[in-house]
Design a binder for this molecule. Structure first.
Ligand SMILES: [Zn+2]
Length: 449
């Protein structure tokens, strides 16, 4: 009874006091809920790996007004339709829908929205590659390497270089990963299957290739686009960065930290790690740069992507945003609605903040990074092909099925029966093809195929 008495004495006497106490209780619960959510989020997303870098590694560059900024927007895809004819049909449908979206949303230089398909070598579907090559020729994007190195792949540290060469040869049949430079160069970007780069899955769960970064670099890989992989042990401790990883061929996860790309300090012999944005809000909301079934796109995510402020140190006016998807598995979401919504909101946000928007592929963004590193200033639009030239399939048709008729005015002649090795391909000068590609994008009849 005594305890009830003191409680009763504490009970507020006036209405105002009661309201104040109620509001205080609501605030404390709200705060408690959000602090708990933040705690859960930090645990779930394995913050012990990355939080230190996230909160302490701030770029020393001064804040730049938005109207001086150029945003280089890159969307990459772990493009996994699978094997066989049904997969090829799904891909045709996917590409048909994508072309419509891409044609509709243009950057500040009237480039259509460009995609980068990281096509898995283990899926090995010739029909899909042929169609993607055709997409590249039409200016819709570029093909790069993805590969799930399972335990059954028979790949070891000793034979990995040889296996990568076999993979490159297969992609190059389709005009991918080989440049139009004279002499042609082998170049490719990489996304690690199962997020497993450089044997970063602990406890023998991954492929165990501790020399992977070194071999990739030696075989022509210009950059890795796997990260972020937040929430998995493969996530590097370094975040929101473009940096170089130095491989220790005997140790796993050599990309955990590295050397930032800095203006005036070019590095040639190390693999570039090109990261996407990460941000966490005080109440535990986490952003990690994916647009797919989960997480879905939301407009409020765009400022977080831009303000992650990923750039080459010393060139803060060129900001890079790399978003990833699994577009085959998420096609209902990505193609039916979210991709268009994302592009619409992105364009609106850039025009509201007066930021110049550029849609680029992985290769083009890399070239802009290298231009920044060499001290180039001005408009990044001019450096899309700065160090690595266009891939062959962007300027030549690789195969020519009956329905694939070149656009009027495109002086490209190509003939192929079945073997890509024996195809006859006429080389054309770049400006002609670029013009032809652009003019086709303006042709409404070709958009509704
Ligand atoms: Zn994958």
């Amino acid at each position: 009874m005594n305890s009830m008495n003191w409680l009763r004495r504490l009970y507020p006497k006036t209405l105002i006091a009661r309201v104040v106490v109620l509001l205080a209780m609501i605030s404390v619960s709200f705060l408690g809920y959000n602090v708990a959510r933040l705690g859960w989020s930090l645990f779930h997303w394995q913050a012990h790996i990355w939080a230190m870098s996230y909160w302490t590694d701030h770029h020393p560059d001064p804040e730049i007004p938005d109207d001086q900024k150029h945003l280089i927007f890159v969307m990459i895809d772990h493009y996994e339709h699978g094997k066989g004819e049904a997969a090829a049909q799904r891909n045709l449908e996917w590409c048909r829908k994508f072309r419509k979206i891409s044609d509709r949303y243009r950057d500040d230089y009237d480039n259509c929205f460009r995609y980068t398909w990281f096509y898995p070598f283990d899926h090995h579907n010739d029909a899909i590659m042929e169609e993607l090559s055709h997409m590249a020729y039409q200016g819709y994007g570029e093909i790069e390497m993805h590969w799930h190195l399972g335990a059954k792949s028979g790949i070891s540290k000793e034979n990995y270089a040889e296996k990568i060469q076999e993979a490159i040869a297969w992609y190059q049949q389709f005009g991918a990963m080989i440049t139009v430079d004279t002499p042609p160069k082998t170049a490719f970007a990489y996304v690690a299957g199962n997020w497993d780069l450089d044997a970063s899955r602990p406890g023998g769960k991954g492929h165990g290739l501790t020399n992977q970064i070194q071999v990739l670099k030696e075989q022509g890989c210009y950059a890795d686009f796997t990260f972020s992989t937040i929430g998995t042990p493969t996530q590097p401790s370094k975040v929101n960065s473009i940096y170089y990883a130095e491989d220790d061929p005997n140790l796993p996860k050599s990309y955990d930290t590295g050397i930032d790309v800095v203006v005036g300090k070019p590095i040639k012999d190390k693999l570039l790690i090109f990261q996407g944005p990460i941000s966490i809000t005080w109440n535990g909301g986490l952003e990690y740069g994916a647009v797919e079934n989960d997480p879905r796109f939301r407009p409020e995510r765009i400022p977080k992507w831009i303000d992650a402020n990923i750039h080459v140190h010393g060139r803060p006016e060129w900001v890079f945003v790399k978003i990833y998807s699994h577009g085959a598995q998420s096609k209902e979401v990505v193609l039916a609605h979210d991709m268009q919504w994302m592009l619409k909101c992105l364009k609106a946000e850039c025009s509201r903040r007066d930021i110049t928007l550029h849609f680029m592929t992985a290769r083009e963004a890399y070239n802009v990074v290298k231009a920044a590193e060499e001290g180039i200033t001005g408009d990044p639009e001019d450096y899309r092909d700065y160090t690595i030239g266009k891939y062959r399939n962007m300027v030549e048709t690789v195969t020519l099925a009956p329905e694939r008729i070149p656009a009027p005015g495109a002086s490209v002649v190509a003939e192929s029966s079945q073997l890509q090795h024996t195809r006859k391909v006429a080389h054309v000068t770049l400006p002609t093809v670029i013009e032809a590609t652009v003019s086709r994008h303006h042709d409404p009849h070709l958009l509704r195929d």
